[in-house]
Design a protein around this ligand. Structure first.
Ligand SMILES: NC(=O)c1ccc[n+]([C@@H]2O[C@H](COP(=O)([O-])OP(=O)(O)OC[C@H]3O[C@@H](n4cnc5c(N)ncnc54)[C@H](OP(=O)(O)O)[C@@H]3O)[C@@H](O)[C@H]2O)c1
Length: 271
């Protein structure tokens, strides 16, 4: 699996298994299948309520912890200095590990909350309990606000990105700060599967529509988090390193941009 080097030297596999809306037995099985088939990067969050099952699946897989990259996220109601440390310890406990590879602020909830949470995360990072710290759903303005008080720059910004919402401007800004973009909903939460143009490109390369949607992002250096609880899909989604998109494909894929979000606008999030 290809890896990306973050601004602190830590390496992250460019494809991670997404686990949002995957619970109980489904998520346990999905993680086991993913690890068996070569995934080494799992994305979760406290709010997904699946850290316990993911922890069990990791343990039962028998794969050495140090070869895995596990991300979790700080939920909005846990933001603040002390509460961040407490929430982090809870995530660790549920996941059955004594460190996280990456921990993200899930959403921007104002300058003070972000600054206090970040200070706690910086301390956890310096104590070696988190290998890399980052943010999620942050706009350029949110990042600039955080950087006013941050001692350590975020390594990634995990945001909604797919063919419909390619986020070129945000990528340009994040590149300038050496922050990598991570794409959530990289397959438009399933929306790309009815896209006729993408079906044509998939047929041309003898690939799946999922492969085309993911390759479009990986081609731009973006880390992707495809979610599936279906064995065959988990296995095939990661097979994107044996073909290239040509100029004609890229032109057609760029045409799919309609700026439509599936998730709340980070400037207008009510939860
Ligand atoms: N930071 C945030 O605020 C945030 C927000 C949303 C998501 N995320 C992260 O990003 C991950 C991905 O986002 P997402 O789950 O919304 O959407 P996604 O990965 O774009 O799409 C997932 C959907 O596509 C289906 N699917 C997967 N592979 C397929 C294939 N090869 N053929 C046909 N259908 C396929 C899945 O069904 P089955 O599972 O039934 O196979 C599921 O319904 C999440 O799981 C989570 O880890 C983060």
């Amino acid at each position: 699996m290809e890896k990306v080097t973050l601004n602190n030297g830590v390496q992250i596999p460019i494809i991670g298994l997404g686990t949002y809306r995957a619970k109980d037995k489904d998520v346990y099985n999905a993680v086991k299948i993913a690890l068996r088939s070569g995934y080494r990067h799992i994305d979760t969050a406290m709010i997904y309520e699946n850290e316990l099952e993911i922890g069990r699946a990791i343990k039962d897989s028998g794969i050495p912890r140090e070869t895995l990259f596990i991300t979790s996220k700080l939920w909005n109601s846990d933001q603040g200095y002390e509460s961040t440390k407490k929430a982090f310890e809870e995530s660790l406990k549920k996941l059955g590990t004594d460190y996280l590879d990456m921990y993200l602020i899930h959403w921007f909830k104002g300058e003070k909350k972000a600054a206090d949470s970040w200070r706690a995360m910086e301390e956890l990072y310096e104590a070696g309990k988190i290998k890399a710290i980052g943010v999620s759903n942050f706009t350029e303005t949110h990042i600039k606000t955080l950087l006013k008080t941050a001692r350590i720059n975020p390594v990634v910004n995990q945001v909604e990105i797919h063919v419909g919402l390619p986020q070129y401007n945000l990528q340009k800004y994040c590149d300038s700060k050496n922050i990598k973009l991570e794409a959530y909903a990289p397959m438009q939460s399933g929306g790309i599967f009815s896209n006729e143009d993408m079906k044509k490109i998939a047929i041309k390369h003898n690939k799946t529509v999922a492969n085309i949607g993911l390759k479009f992002l990986v081609h731009r250096g973006i880390i992707v988090l495809p979610k599936s609880v279906t064995e065959e899909r988990i296995i095939s989604n990661k097979d994107i390193f044996d073909f290239s998109l040509d100029d004609e494909d890229l032109k057609l894929l760029k045409k799919q941009c309609n700026g439509m979000r599936l998730f709340p606008d980070p400037d207008n999030c009510s939860f």
